[in-house]
Every structure is written in structure tokens, then in C-alpha cells.
Design a protein around this ligand. Structure first.
Ligand code: 4AZ
Length: 256
């Protein structure tokens, strides 16, 4: 996160930290994610670069984490991963990042996955037809870089605010032109001071509707971070209610 502030996981209790075990058994932070039900985490497809060869056993998910390299077992909940589902339409071969969405099923411990606490709780998904006006302020959170040029990530969870951009603005030739599909939207600060950055991807963009927070975006990509005319690009979660329902057998569709 660029231009944001340190946040507590209690104010973003659905944030998940996804780790990957390297060949040398080192646990490497990979991506952010969000807890959408007790056993399911939503994240970005590009977090799994080798596509269908992704090995579940190499991944772990930690909920309730404030600092990446400090462990607080009194609040953290750790899980192995039972299943990784990458969107069938995700194709990064041309670097397009269309359908940049994936699900991880947590492996239950003694019949339970995530247990609700002050630091761990699920985020709501918006109903499929819910649209927000350009300009609406939403918040992002993650453990990613504080500046694009740095080589290291933030040690602490951070948060920032970004405003939704109209699609025609983001598709303007001064912005991203034809790179923005209907499955994406853009968000940024009018003064370009706050943005997601490398390491934040997979994490949630949440917006308030009628005094409730909903996850409208998955942090996906961008050209650099907090750069003029280069807003952050997010996966449009409302295009995937059916897909998420189908894969998880949850019922998160409006009216259900
Ligand atoms: C990344 O590499 C990334 N400024 C995520 C978000 C943005 C840029 C890069 C948006 O994960």
C-alpha cells in the first residue's frame, strides 16, 4: 500500500495472508486474500502463476495477522489449503489479467475452519447488480510495498482510500485504453497519492453501502503504484457471484 497508514487487522478482519513454501522450505508471503466464509478465501488468479499445476500443499493461509514477520498465536488462525480454484477464463499469456479471481478452500481443523473473533471475520459480497457511482471512496488493505521502487514489503498491514473511476475515464487513451475489460474497474486518488502496490494483490477493496461494508474488488494489477494516470485495477467481484456460488456452494446471491 502506497500513501496509506498502518492498520490493525481488527479493522480489516477479513484480510488473509497467503504464504507459499519454497523448495528450500522457506515460507514466502505470496498474496493477500479475503475471508468470504468460514472455509473460503477469495484472491487473485495471478497469485498462482503455474496455473492448474498449483500444489495446494505448498500454500498456507493466516488470518488475523498484523505483522508479516511477527507471530501472535493468541489472535492468528493458520490453515492448510484443501483446494485452489482458479477461474477457467484466466489467461495471463498475453498479460491481460482478465478474470483475475481465484478461491482457496481452507482445510478444517477438528471440523472447523475460521472461527469468528475480533481479528477474524468474513466480509460480505455485494449483490450482482449492485453498481457504485464513480467517485465513491472505498478502502484497500494489504502487506504490499509502500513504494514501487522498494524491494521489500510492508512489515505491517496497511490501509488506504481510493475513489472509483468511471470506466470511460479508465479506458481513455491517457489511462489504460483497451486494457480494461468488463471484468475490471479502476480506482485511484484524484492526486494519485494512495494506491495498492506489489504484494497487495489478491486483497480486498471494500466500499460502504447503507452503512455496511462489501467487497467490490480484488486487487489485481496496475502500471507501477500511485503513478499519474495509472490507477489501480481491480477484479469486478459483482461479475462473479454465480461463479463463486457454483464453486463454493455458498449462497451469496441477492435475495437468497
Ligand atoms: C502487483 O504487482 C500490483 N498499483 C498490484 C497492484 C498495483 C500494481 C501492482 C496497483 O501485485
Amino acid at each position: 500500500i502506497v500513501g496509506g497508514t498502518v492498520a490493525t487487522v481488527e479493522s480489516h478482519p477479513w484480510v488473509a495472508a497467503i504464504f507459499w513454501r519454497s523448495k528450500s522450505k522457506e515460507k514466502v508471503f505470496r498474496c493477500g486474500g479475503s475471508l468470504i466464509s468460514s472455509c473460503w478465501v477469495l484472491t487473485a488468479a495471478h497469485c498462482f502463476p503455474d496455473g492448474s499445476n498449483t500444489k495446494e500443499r505448498r500454500f498456507s493461509v493466516i488470518l488475523g495477522k498484523n505483522a508479516l514477520n511477527e507471530t501472535d498465536l493468541t489472535v492468528e488462525q493458520r490453515f492448510r489449503v484443501e483446494k485452489i480454484i482458479i477461474h477457467e477464463g484466466f489467461d495471463n499469456s498475453e498479460g491481460s489479467f482478465n478474470h483475475d479471481i481465484a478461491l482457496m478452500k481452507l482445510r478444517a481443523n477438528q471440523g472447523k475452519c475460521a472461527v469468528e473473533s475480533d481479528s477474524v471475520r468474513t466480509v460480505c459480497l455485494p449483490p450482482p447488480q449492485q453498481r457504485l457511482q464513480p467517485g465513491v471512496t472505498c478502502e484497500i488493505a494489504g502487506y504490499g510495498k509502500e513504494k514501487y521502487a522498494l524491494w521489500y514489503r510492508s512489515q505491517y498491514l496497511r490501509e488506504a482510500q481510493v475513489n472509483l473511476l468511471a470506466d470511460d475515464v479508465c479506458r481513455h487513451k491517457d489511462y489504460y485504453e483497451n486494457m480494461i475489460t468488463d471484468n475490471m474497474f479502476c480506482a485511484g486518488r484524484p492526486d494519485w497519492s494512495q494506491d495498492a502496490c506489489e504484494g497487495d494483490s489478491g486483497g480486498p477493496l471494500v466500499c460502504e453501502v447503507d452503512n455496511r461494508l462489501f467487497q467490490f474488488g480484488v486487487i489485481s494489477w496496475g502500471d507501477g503504484c500511485a503513478k499519474e494516470f495509472r490507477p489501480g485495477v481491480y477484479t469486478r467481484v459483482t461479475n462473479y457471484n454465480r461463479w463463486i456460488d457454483e464453486k463454493t456452494n455458498l449462497s451469496i446471491t441477492a435475495g437468497a
